[in-house]
Design a protein around this ligand. Structure first.
Ligand SMILES: Nc1ncnc2c1ncn2[C@@H]1O[C@H](COP(=O)(O)OS(=O)(=O)O)[C@@H](OP(=O)(O)O)[C@H]1O
Length: 263
């Protein structure tokens, strides 16, 4: 098995491809961690780089010639409206992986990533509260990208127009942080892989609160930019956000027949 491609962006989707039954996947925070775990699977091959299904279906199709499972994860697959149909046209039996975490935490996480990018471009940092709340109505600013991307049910509904739920495996992003071996075992089952990613290979790092994975002699941790400390959010805004997402969460739970303890 060769090496994986490097992660690009924060809000990716992933495609796991297998000839003749390719698999596409969408993921949310924890994407790089999931991918770095999956690479331990002996039957997986990498996509050479994030392929961005929106434009490069040919590249992706050419990978099938390797007759192995290929994982592909790129920013925005989950939320880009054109992607589900394109993946479907690529292969109707694609398997999809979707990592979901508490949408409030994801919004904050997304904001931090956006601000990090602004800092790198020497732009001024805007407070979370200013962006997330419409300053006139004091309601949640639904057009803010970090909020929009966290309304999972809307995005998932588009995928479900093309793929049945049986082809979509949802990874619990909160448990992926707490007990990653459990989530990875479920992913292995979903992909029909042997269980290789076992608890004994994980080491907890109290200094940053995440697990690292040991492969042979090598310990693999995610980059420093993964797992940023989240700021304390103004309680009024936090409540507004929780209230805003509550209904969407319920709709999501109905659609997927599963609940997450996000409150
Ligand atoms: N083991 C381990 N180490 C570090 N971070 C971990 C790990 N497992 C899951 N996570 C969560 O992954 C979040 C960042 O992943 P992203 O999916 O946002 O990255 S990316 O968009 O695919 O680049 C990141 O979100 P933030 O905490 O908000 O930064 C983490 O919560």
């Amino acid at each position: 098995m060769s090496d994986y491609w490097s992660p690009q962006g924060r809000h990716p989707s992933s495609a796991v491809l297998h000839r003749p039954a390719p698999t596409g996947a969408v993921s949310y925070p924890g994407g790089p961690f999931l991918r770095s775990q999956l690479r331990q699977g002996s039957s997986l091959v990498p996509a050479p780089h994030a392929l961005h299904l929106q434009s490069t279906l040919d590249t992706l199709t050419s990978l099938w010639a390797q007759d192995q499972i290929t994982v592909e994860k790129s920013p925005n697959y989950f939320v880009d409206p054109v992607v589900p149909e394109r993946v479907y046209k690529l292969n109707t039996s694609m398997k999809l992986l979707l990592i979901l975490r508490d949408p409030v935490r994801r919004t904050i996480s997304d904001y931090l990533q956006i601000m990090d990018n602004r800092i790198k471009r020497r732009k001024v940092v805007i407070p979370f509260e200013t962006l997330v709340l419409n300053q006139e109505t004091l309601e949640i600013n639904q057009s803010y990208s970090a909020v929009k991307r966290s309304v999972y049910v809307r995005h998932l509904a588009r995928w479900m127009q093309f793929f049945p739920l049986q082809q979509i495996h949802i990874v619990d992003g909160e448990n992926l942080v707490l007990q990653p071996w459990q989530e990875m075992a479920k992913v292995e089952d979903f992909l029909g892989l042997e269980h290789q990613i076992t608890e004994d290979k994980f080491t907890y790092k109290p200094e940053h609160g995440f697990y690292c994975y040991t492969l042979g002699e090598r310990e693999q941790c995610l980059a420093e930019s993964k797992g940023r400390k989240h700021p304390v959010i103004d309680s009024f805004v936090l409540k507004k956000l929780k209230d805003f997402f509550r209904n969407f969460n319920e709709k999501l739970f109905m659609r997927i027949g599963r609940r997450f303890d996000w409150n």
